[in-house]
Design a binder for this molecule. Structure first.
Ligand code: FE
Ligand code: FE
Ligand code: ZN
Length: 295
């Protein structure tokens, strides 16, 4: 079954209800959102009534909450512990966000593993695992998905081996709660040939286990394979291309896993900016490219 959706906006006045309404306007049956700013830790309280209404609307429209995802803010960085106060602050904020997922009854959260900056990759991996061991110890009922990264700067998580390194250091009770979110733009930019997705999945299965993949971000890329850049392009308008992305979405081994578009809005910085998701989802469902940007 195809579960497809996009990034959406969680705003103060409508919260999860607004997210569901936005998703329905794109014909999505999955979605993702930040529970506040993606670059700050400022959070407004979750409204119980809006949350209830949102879940009722989801049920009415056959949106399974298991295909819906929260994205943790970018600023959490578990890879560097050279400032212990900051490191602890991020661990505590991660706990808060996980509890916010429980409040919202959205039980999957994607996290960027982090950047090791002044340390080494090995230390980065150790710090991430340690941070997760602390944050997830007493929190149950939320799955944490580590995102596969492009390897921009000193990002950890831009290879299967990086992710395996983290899993290997997790306590067994925590390991059960940690999964992976792939991202086609990040994979391409990290050096993975998306054309050969099965080769990647073979290696992933051997080293980590394919059942650990719980979400796939679907983005085209502005940059060539191995560029370590991370600039998302619209579906079919980048270097990965329409057919290769369709093959990921419909890959049997990724069936039933939510696919989330994080492609850029059209005319992003202008007044008439608009979300491409309705058009992209329609192309994906029909498996047919339409040059909707230039129509
Ligand atoms: Fe992300
Ligand atoms: Fe992503
Ligand atoms: Zn990205």
């Amino acid at each position: 079954m195809l579960y497809i959706g996009s990034h959406t906006s969680f705003l103060k006045d409508k919260q999860l209800l607004g997210v569901v309404e936005e998703s329905l306007s794109y014909n999505s049956n999955a979605f993702m959102f930040y529970t506040g700013s993606n670059q700050s830790t400022l959070r407004f309280p979750v409204d119980k009534e809006l949350t209830k209404e949102a879940h009722a609307l989801m049920i009415e429209n056959n949106i399974d909450k298991n295909n819906c995802i929260v994205h943790a803010p970018f600023i959490i960085n578990l890879a560097n512990n050279s400032d212990p106060d900051k490191y602890n602050f991020y661990i505590n904020f991660l706990k808060q966000e996980l509890n916010r997922c429980i409040e919202l009854d959205i039980r999957k959260m994607v996290l960027h593993p982090g950047s090791y900056t002044t340390l080494s990759r090995t230390e980065g991996i150790k710090n991430i695992a340690n941070g997760l061991n602390i944050a997830l110890k007493n929190i149950n009922g939320v799955e944490l998905l580590l995102e596969y990264m492009s390897g921009k700067g000193t990002e950890v998580g831009s290879s299967i081996d990086d992710l395996k390194g983290i899993f290997d250091l997790l306590d067994s009770d925590v390991k059960e709660k940690v999964f992976v979110c792939l991202d086609t733009c990040h994979m391409n930019d990290s050096g993975v040939d998306i054309k050969d997705i099965d080769k990647f999945l073979d290696e992933f299965d051997e080293k980590i286990g394919i059942d650990k993949i719980k979400c796939v971000h679907i983005n085209d890329s502005y940059n060539i394979i191995g560029s370590h850049k991370d600039r998302h392009a619209n579906f079919g308008y980048g270097t990965i291309g329409f057919d290769n992305l369709i093959n990921v979405i419909y890959n049997k081994r990724l069936d039933n896993i939510p696919k989330i578009l994080e492609t850029p809005w059209i005319n992003r910085n202008e007044r008439d900016a608009w979300a491409p998701y309705k058009q992209e989802i329609e192309m994906i469902r029909k498996k047919e490219f339409v040059d909707y940007i230039n129509l």
